[in-house]
Design a protein around this ligand. Structure first.
Ligand SMILES: Nc1ncnc2c1ncn2[C@@H]1O[C@H](COP(=O)(O)OP(=O)(O)OP(=O)(O)O)[C@@H](O)[C@H]1O
Ligand SMILES: [Mg+2]
Length: 255
């Protein structure tokens, strides 16, 4: 079971869109896939057509009130299941910060379903917290998303520092396995983005995947509560994510 955390220590970078779309593509191509919503906003949950039921979410798993298989639900995509989240994750976060071993809770929960899934994608919140650390501790590798404006690029060294800390404390083989440029505007948007993309390549080399362009289909799909593979299967944005998936499968990052 390959476990990946989709992260960026910044908001609105395209994390949830990327986690949901990669999970949907993997599921549609035959992998039994689990999408773990690790953000109290619950965006990933809604994006795959699931309404979280209070008391049966990631929060209860993290505080030990429910087992993982009690909260997992199917999504609108075949073979794609979800660990739903809602605002109750805020409370779980506070408890996790106080409890012993909070950062191990996602790993321990996922161990109980290891034989049921080929891939797990964890959608992380924008701010660094014990929830992000718990996702990193559970994961084999990290998929970072980045919008190549210079401000966003500055967040990546913070992320690398966090990965290095998790590696030294808990998980010696944890590594950054991809940097996915997201929400790329058209070329006419200016030199800043071109320069940002070049800096990304200089810094991260072939960890940088093909880019995901900006598309109105993303907010449309989210408001329809279906992944891009369902809402816009033949459009450029979905091909962009397919190209990212192919690139990562080719490098054996994704199964
Ligand atoms: N390729 C894209 N084209 C256009 N809009 C996009 C694209 N990707 C994401 N968006 C939009 O940008 C916003 C942020 O995207 P998303 O929710 O995926 O990011 P996030 O990093 O998960 O944000 P948060 O930190 O709030 O969790 C959303 O309104 C989404 O619809
Ligand atoms: Mg998000």
């Amino acid at each position: 079971m390959a476990i990946h955390a989709v992260v960026n220590e910044a908001g609105s970078a395209g994390k949830t869109t990327t986690a949901v779309t990669l999970a949907a593509i993997l599921a549609e191509s035959g992998r039994r896939t689990l999408l773990w919503d690790n953000d109290a906003q619950g965006n990933a949950t809604l994006f795959v057509g699931v309404q979280a039921v209070p008391g049966k979410t990631a929060a209860e798993v993290l505080v030990g009130e429910r087992s993982l298989d009690e909260v997992i639900v199917p999504s609108v995509v075949d073979r794609l299941s979800v660990v739903p989240a809602d605002r109750s994750l805020h409370g779980a976060l506070i408890q996790l910060t106080r409890d012993f071993g909070g950062e191990q809770r996602i790993r321990v929960a996922l161990d109980t379903v290891a034989d049921q899934y080929d891939a797990v994608i964890i959608d992380c919140p924008g701010a660094a917290s014990v929830l992000t650390i718990a996702a990193l501790v559970a994961s084999g590798s990290v998929l970072a998303v980045a919008t190549p404006s210079l401000k966003e690029l500055e967040g990546l060294p913070n992320l690398e520092e966090t990965i290095a800390k998790v590696r030294s404390m808990y998980k010696p083989d944890l590594h950054l396995s991809a940097v996915i440029p997201c929400i790329i505007p058209p070329a006419s948007a200016g030199a800043l983005y071109v320069e940002g993309h070049e800096r990304l390549r200089e810094a991260y080399g072939d960890l940088v995947t093909p880019p995901v362009r900006r598309s109105v289909r993303v907010p449309e799909a989210y408001s329809q509560r279906v992944p891009l593979t369902v809402h816009a299967p033949f459009e450029q944005i979905t091909s962009d994510y397919q190209a990212v998936t192919d690139y990562l499968v080719g490098k054996k990052v994704l199964p």
